[in-house]
Write a protein that binds this ligand. Structure first.
Ligand SMILES: C[S@@+](CC[C@H](N)C(=O)[O-])C[C@H]1O[C@@H](n2cnc3c(N)ncnc32)[C@H](O)[C@@H]1O
Length: 483
């Protein structure tokens, strides 16, 4: 059963939010390199009102977070095999099941009818309609407090600690036979990832991480101290209608609104703040940047940590922001301009090619930040679409790339200089083991400290950083790097 891949709704046609959600989900699944957050923000900028922006965010991220579970449920009620269902019809089924079982405020009729109407290919509509109706009829929903227990774990699903669904047939894997497969089904994660977390963290901690990844990620911003104090930022955001409060770090503010609303505020457009999770906010200070230094950010885009480095030394350092992705580097330039920073210049380069960087700036650097491309396994609440990309093969590719990038970082470092290596991964191969391999291969590098954070421990993301130093003392710089 194929829908016509080439028939999305015509550009410019009036499209409802569900149709927009369906197209974004389709792109996330079929166009490599599509970031859900970026697509939702771009769509929101295209003239949606506040209510529609929130609904679009809810639909896209709700589906991506719960995708494997939604697929299990829809497949159980379909007489066509899941992989034989047309791609856009699968997205419509996910959207419909999510609304029917997760969203209490949406009437079942609207969940079904509008998800079906969002499909550009009319031929697949009756099939999607039939499956969604069967789900609505067949699934019993109860508040969690009314659950008397006793249902098979293969036929029962707890939703957000508030309600429970009972299925008339076995939908999920049997936990007695394969716990990882069962948890993968009910918490919507890849089974191999669940199995590796079970082996490392045990069942209780793994369940906590999985549940945490299904929650909405909190939104934090970092105040740009060069433009405002945290109190001034809080006041301005509140005046602009956003609920917010102090974060856990001195420069952090927690915003209780979707990112699409934050980026529309004057406080944001005037460069008073940057969206950044608190775990990420801890990284740039580890480099101890100082005015007059020459600093290199090897994987800089979209610029969260580059701009933090610049702000920390009152824009007095010379910072080279390198990234191999020119499109993403453009976002560093935008952030630098918005925040009013002068000391950052950008360079599109493959940072595994050390010679290209040396050709531009022959002098070694006082500090190098390597915020490496990684599996994202610490930020799956924020980037749920990354879940299915975490495979053993992908991890092996990533660790090889990270090792090459570390080699460049070490080569470009001044004796006595600092190197900060960070990821938003929970996987030891990308973190501690990567650093141990670096230390074993480079006697001139010493480890000063390292920290890894699980998403359940932090207010927000999980991640890792190591602070390293190149032994020895280089000649002191006689001039400021920018002169
Ligand atoms: C984790 S993100 C960096 C986030 C950034 N430091 C921040 O705080 O906003 C990793 C970046 O590495 C870049 N990247 C991946 N491979 C690279 C390579 N070989 N050379 C340079 N940049 C690379 C990606 O384009 C991506 O922008």
């Amino acid at each position: 059963m194929a829908d016509s891949e080439a028939t999305p709704p015509p550009a410019g046609a009036k499209r409802n939010v569900r149709a927009l959600a369906l197209e974004i989900l389709f792109e996330v699944h079929h166009k490599p390199g599509t970031f859900a957050q970026e697509r939702v923000q771009a769509a929101a900028r295209g003239g949606l009102n506040k209510r529609d922006r929130r609904f679009l965010t809810e639909l896209v991220f709700g589906v991506l977070r719960h995708e494997r579970t939604l697929d299990r449920i829809a497949a159980a009620f379909s007489d066509v095999k899941w992989h034989e269902i047309a791609p856009r019809a699968r997205e419509a089924l996910r959207l419909g099941v999510y609304q029917l079982l997760w969203l209490d405020g949406v009437p079942a009729f609207a969940s079904i009818h509008e998800s079906v109407a969002a499909l550009p290919d009319k031929r697949v509509r009756p099939f999607v309609n039939a499956v969604l109706r069967a789900v609505d009829r067949g699934v019993r929903r109860l508040p969690l407090a009314k659950d008397r227990g006793g249902a098979s774990p293969r036929k029962r699903l707890e939703i957000e600690g508030r309600k429970v669904c009972f299925f008339p047939k076995e939908v999920f894997a049997d936990p007695a036979k394969d716990l990882a497969a069962h948890l993968a089904d009910v918490f919507a994660h890849p089974p191999a990832l669940v199995a590796r977390w079970l082996a490392r963290h045990g069942e209780e901690k793994t369940r906590a991480i999985l549940a945490r990844n299904l929650e909405q990620a909190p939104l934090f911003v970092r105040v740009n101290r060069r433009k405002a104090t945290r109190e001034q930022l809080l006041e301005r955001l509140r005046n602009e209608g956003l609920k917010c409060g102090e974060g856990n770090l001195p420069e952090s503010v927690r915003v209780l609104a979707p990112p699409t609303e934050l980026v529309a505020t004057g406080a944001f457009t005037d460069g008073w703040c940057t969206v950044q999770d608190e775990t990420a906010m801890k990284v740039a200070p580890q480099l101890e940047p100082k005015a007059g230094q020459l600093l290199l950010d090897l994987c800089a885009a979209p610029g969260g940590k580059t701009t933090h480095l610049a702000e920390l030394c009152d824009d007095g350092a010379t910072i080279l922001a390198a990234d191999r992705d020119e499109g993403r580097l453009e976002r560093v330039r935008e952030a630098v301009a918005r925040l009013g920073l002068k000391g950052v210049s950008c360079m599109t380069v493959d940072a595994t090619d050390e010679a290209s960087i040396r050709a531009v700036t022959p002098a070694p650097y006082d500090g190098v930040l390597l915020d490496a491309p990684c599996s994202n396994s610490g930020v799956l609440a924020r980037r749920p679409e990354a879940k299915d990309r975490i495979t053993p093969e992908h991890l092996a590719e990533l660790t090889e790339l990270q090792a090459k990038l570390l080699k460049t970082a070490v080569a470009r470092l001044f004796p006595g200089g600092r190197l900060v290596y960070s990821t938003c991964s929970l996987e030891p191969e990308e973190n501690e083991e990567q650093v141990r391999a670096l230390l074993a291969a480079n006697r001139e590098i010493e480890l000063l400290s390292e920290e890894s954070t699980l998403p359940t421990e932090a207010g927000g993301d999980g991640g890792y950083f190591a602070v390293l130093k190149k032994k020895g003392q280089g000649l002191p710089r006689m001039t400021t790097a920018r002169s």
